[in-house]
Each structure stands twice: as structure tokens, then as C-alpha cells.
Design a protein around this ligand. Sequence first.
Ligand code: F6R
Length: 362
Amino acid sequence: EKGNYRHFMEKEIHDQPGACQHTLSAYLDPVSGRARAPDGLDFSRVDRIQIVACGTAYYAGLISRYLFESLARIPVDIDVASEFRYRAPPVREGTLCIVVSQSGETADTLAALRWCREQGLSTAAVVNVHTSTMAREADILLPTHAGPEIGVASTKAFTSQVAALSALAVAAASAKGRIDAAEEARLTRLLLEAPRLISAALALEEPIRALAPELAKARDVLYFGRGVMSALALEGALKLKEISYIHAEGYPAGELKHGPIALIDEATPVIVLAPSDALFEKTVSNTAEVMARGGPVIFITDEEGARRAPAGVRLIVAPGCDDIVAPLVYAVPIQMLAYYVAVQKGADVDQPRNLAKSVTVE
Ligand code: F6R
């Protein structure tokens, strides 16, 4: 039920602190400070990870790649399922295939899972529907606990996927001996802070709603960021296009000058995802390049970043947070932005045209 919310999507955006909390507590123990993979998943024996998914679930996978590689030093390949199936890459022993799917029924992702099994790879499925085909067929079930997601545009399932995969990256880092017990406890504690930080990010509703009338007039919107934020830029653009029907693209900030900057003009809003992390200054200089060409910029950052932001940007100030939780925190403003722009346009937010909740045909 929607309760006091106008749409399921709005409710599901607000469900995220609980959804992430439930999901994280399946993988993280606040008492021991340990991250644990389910029985049967021994990361010390995993030499490579192949992630396969579609749409928003693919972007959750892209985010997790940064963590698996930087924390656990496990190389990660990632493909959209419809390409992976037909690319049929050479497989190597020691590869763990992780499929990511809210429904657990997406045809291409399921076919990829079956193909990996046929190749003799061990498989794990990050799924929200625990009785789904993928949940049954994968060797290892990695549940998200978002609860039923009704809105066609994925929100709480996405952040729950990111939460589960982030916790698993910590478990993998520990199993691989890349972090000691103190570091594992520190990362566990940081991840367990996510629900509170997501709640704090939900308080950005009013400033974001205030941006909707102007953004709703745009024909094109660009999103950019660096590192994990480049993956979140793709998710932000997908969210906006699928429910508001505005053309949007996400880019790694450094790619702008290799083409997309040609699109910038006064009528093309640019959303910059810029937490004050190690890459912040580089994102700022990319933002300055956009401003120099007259592009209106919405700069989503934290308090520290706001102090160092280029003059003339519209600031959205998110809660300050550690890198490991930033994708979860910054997901909230981009979801709300898409939501309020769609509402402003009078679009059918929960049932966007041409889309189905679960894509069970190729
Ligand atoms: C976008 C969205 C889709 C799904 C994709 C995969 O908001 O919901 O892109 O993420 O169709 O669906 P699942 O996760 O069920 O495999």
C-alpha cells in the first residue's frame, strides 16, 4: 500500500533506510564488526568475478566493481546480460559469476546464469525475490531485503543491491587477507551508518522539488561524476529518461571533452555528482569547462565540497559521508530529482510508457 504517498516510487524512495538496513544486517555483524558471505561462498578461492545484469541492476554491479577491485583486489568483469550471452567470453577456473536482479526472472540475466553454470563456473545471485528462478538456480543466494518493489523504476531494490554488494566486497577483502580485523570492523561500521545517512539525504526533498519546474522544460540533461559516481551518473540518467521521458545521458566526467561537451548550451542542464573525495578537484575542473560553455549546473556535493564548488552552480548539499557509502547516499537525490521532474510533467510515474517491471522475454 502507498500509505500517504502519491506514488509507489515515492514510497519506495522513502523505504530505503529500512530496505538497506535489513539488507546490510544480513551480511554485517555489528557486534563482531565482521562482514560475512553466506555458507558456500568462499572468497579466498575466487580469483575473478564476472558480474552480469540488466538496467539498474547492472549499474549496481558497476558500482560494486570499484569496491571488489579496490578493497579485495579481485579483478571484475561486468557485462549487460544481453551482450554477455552472445559474447560468450572464454571462462577461467576460479571465476565467480554474480548475477544481479531485483525480480530474479529477467530473461537475459537468467540465460547468462545458466550459461555460466554450463561452463562449470560457480554462480551467485543477488536477488530481491527470494523464490525466483535465479534464486533457485544459482549455487549461492545473496538476498536483498528491499521488500516488494511495485514502481517500475527501481529505487530501493537498487540501493539494496549496492548495499549487499558493498558488504560482500568487505567480506571478500577480509577473506583475501587484504584488510585486517580492525579495518574490517571500521568498514562494517561505516556501512552500517548508511541507513541513517540515507534518511538524512531524504531531507533534500524540498530543494530538489524546487529544481523540477526548470528541469522539466529541458530536452536533454547530462549527468556526470568520477569513480563510483560515474556509475551513479548512468543510473541518474536512466531514472530520468524512463519516468520523465527527457533524454538524458550519464558520463564519466573525464569523458566530457571527448565528445559530449559539444552538447552543452544554456538549455542543457548538467547534474554533477561530486562528493568531496579524492577525485573532487578533477570533477570541479570538468564542471568549470561546462560552465564556460553556458551550461546550467546542479552540483550535488557535501558541505566540504560546497565550500570548494565553482561559483555559479546550483548546490544540493548532501550529508557528508565516507566513500564506501557515498553511492547509497547520492542515489537518493538523483532518484528524487527524476521523481519530481516526472510528477511536474504529469507522467505516470509508477507505470511509465513502454516499460514492464519484469522483462521475461529477450
Ligand atoms: C530501471 C529498471 C530496469 C531493471 C532491469 C533489470 O529502473 O528497473 O532497468 O533494473 O529491467 O530488472 P531485474 O533487476 O528485475 O533483473
